[in-house]
Ligand binder design. Sequence first.
Ligand code: MIC
Ligand code: SF4
Length: 647
Amino acid sequence: MGNNVTQKILNNHLVAGELSPGKPITIKIDQTLTQDATGTMAYLQFETLGISRPKVSLAVSYIDHNMLQDGFENPDDHRYLSSIAERYGIFLSRPGNGICHQVHLERFGEPGRTLVGSDSHTPTAGGLGMFAVGVGGLDVAVSMAGKPFHLTCPRVMRINLTGKLPDWVSAKDVILKVLSILSSKGNVGWVLEYGGDGINTLSVPERATITNMGAETGVTTSLFPSDELTRKFLKAQGRERVWQELLPDTDAEYERTIDINMSDLVPLISQPHNPDKVVPVEEIAGLAVDQVCIGSCTNSSYKDLATAAAILRGKTVHPRLSLAVAPGSRQVLQMISKDGILADLIASGARIMESSCGFCIGNGQAPPTDGVSLRTSNRNFKGRSGTPSAKLYLCSPEVAATAAITGEVTDPRTLGIPYPGIEMPEKFAIDDSMIVPPQPEKETAKVKIIRGPNIGEPPKNDPLPSSFFARVAIVVGDKITTDHIVRAGPRLKFRSNIEKYSRFVFEEIDPEFDKKCKRNRSDGFFNIIVAGESYGQGSSREHAAICPMHLGVKAVLAVSIERIHTSNLINFGILPLFFSEGVKPKDLSMDEELEFSDIVENLREGKDIEVKRKSGGKLTLTYDLSERQREIIIAGGLLNYIRRGGE
Ligand code: MIC
Ligand code: SF4
């Protein structure tokens, strides 16, 4: 039996374990990336590991998320990150150089290599044939320390693309179609591997749109083979030397296959408040729109912006709405400014934003009250935009630009103009002057790390007590995202200060949560979070585990928990537990008191956890943890575990 692309890369990087789906394995990591919003915490933890230089072939620190600088906190974070990069020999992509995933694709990604990044959209690099996984900051720090990366050997699903995208239908519609089939839950442990004749019509930036938003299905990663089109992209980026062919064997096997004929696709749109609520655009045509935002790591390539500009050329943005455009990288911005595309956008009335995450993470451009905002980004969770009552729709640049002219959701096929049909450029503008490369170690050993007053301490935790009392501090429903747990937007500036950030945990759901947790702690109780399905969906922000840890949360009891968040909980010593048959989250109530006994012994023996309810009766809780993961929790988290010599 032959190998698929995923198996080939994993085989080449396997350190320990057996490549059998569902089994724990460790792999060698070639590259790491961080961004500023998760990076400060990643590097605070990296510093405690006592390593003088990263032990991976390439480590890049991007500053792209937190750019508003409405106070000293963000610029202090940027300065901390740049001093860390200089001191430890890490590439630094300076503010203004672009969104991490777009820049990584352009300047650093290499087919056949492994990448971990402290951002859930790291699989964007899968568009180049990389095995790229989004993880928490601590996992990146540990990878930089040269430790192999632990994961569950994935099941591989082939997404078989045939046909060719019709005019006005684009790569975004492919991934929206995939999301409509797979939904955003129940896909933990899978890899989506794209194949079929249809991929020969998709350029690398288009493939990257697809692998990027694959994150919304909850899979481990998504990837394309590396073929002649990959070579063409790398050549256009002046990096043909890193190209290698990587195709599945003709007799490669997949656990599941989904066929999508791209010729049958129509423009799609995802409705509030989850990316998987996908319908054809024509179904909601006529809906009045207040805002259009084009950009984000999903759709901010040269082609995306050139397509939008061609649609907008000679027209003015509809009087009802505001159009924001954020180019994905400085390379994209330089190119569109040289060939007049930027001028077209400006002439149409577009508001040109910095090359950064911006609106996508609620860093400015909040929509009006109850506003309808059409975005080319990948997440439309409630409140993410900064306006809790806003309704976010996710669509392609074609659909977004069309709505910017008509003022309402409009099927672009009805516009009556020829499809722009923009090709990927033969040559991209290459200018790495905003990327600071590492200097020799002897020259940087004395570089001073600059910490502003908002840069806190790396998180600390005690080992898990074997027996303790806890109170249910919150009961939440299904699909609670990390945006619900700890908001980004205006709270982003506290990413390096756990003490402060912790005050805002669950602020939209229960503004008293932190106070309750603190009160329970002073009464001698730990805290428990009770949740429904798909808890922790979305971002990789480990703060969604660190802040609860800081507030004395010892366990999350849920119906199911998403992959990255599960690892983050484990990394910070919080037990991810599941209800046994027949019990539901709503069977537990707020403030209910629970007694946990002999947990450490039970965990070591792999036994279920029995909890005594003060209200009477018992609760049996289960878990799905490897022996190593159990030991990490017992140690009080990954940092403690490693300091004690754990691998
Ligand atoms: C996101 O899109 O939610 C983010 C912001 O990029 C996060 C990381 C973060 O919270 O800093 C992600 O996707 O991991
Ligand atoms: Fe940035 Fe948005 Fe992409 Fe996250 S999803 S990396 S916030 S552009």
